[in-house]
Design a protein around this ligand. Sequence first.
Ligand SMILES: Cc1cc2nc3c(=O)[nH]c(=O)nc-3n(C[C@H](O)[C@H](O)[C@H](O)COP(=O)(O)O)c2cc1C
Length: 196
Amino acid sequence: MTIIKPKILYFGTPVVLLTTENADGTANLAPMSSAWALGQVVVLGLGAEGQTARNLVERPDVVINVPDPSLWQAVERLAPLTGRDPVPAHKPTHRYEPAKFAAAGLSEEPSLHVRPPRVAECPLQLEARAESTRFGAGGDFLIVEARVLAVHADPGIVVPGTDHVDPAAWSPLIYNFRHYFGLGDQLGHSYRSETA
Ligand SMILES: Cc1cc2nc3c(=O)[nH]c(=O)nc-3n(C[C@H](O)[C@H](O)[C@H](O)COP(=O)(O)O)c2cc1C
């Protein structure tokens, strides 16, 4: 083994697109990959200076939209954008963009339980509400715990007649040290899997 000092530690986690509500009622849309589930709660890690963090402190509704690998270019179109005006000083490579959906080439679809819209092109969409927000790690990051209220799934990734996502039909988009990947072939399954 070699000791290294990588600038980033993005060791390969699924990308999500968060929709939140701006103060003027419009939607913000931002990619992130620091998201994981604990039961029906999704924990999100957000840069404290971003518009998404600001929105979630003030308005707790959020949709966690999960893109598949075919959407990586739409995700990347959002990468240099922020919904924060003026652009935070430490984001010199970002520009302010209030119309994120149009910039990404993605479509809004109304949610059922929360105010921000869903991303129609994402095969999985989790409507959620932040129950806890706190600034961690020296104040640089906002840690959000969001309870999922409803899960929308494309019928093509659901085992017919069940509530199971079919892991053979679904693939997340993986952010792997700033490069985009899909999943490789299945290796096996957990003893707790309820699908063959
Ligand atoms: C694939 C991808 C993953 C990202 N993951 C995160 C993340 O987990 N947390 C975060 O705060 N920013 C993450 N970013 C950066 C934000 O998208 C970026 O700071 C953006 O400007 C935030 O937009 P906003 O200011 O409108 O909220 C990621 C960007 C990309 C392209």
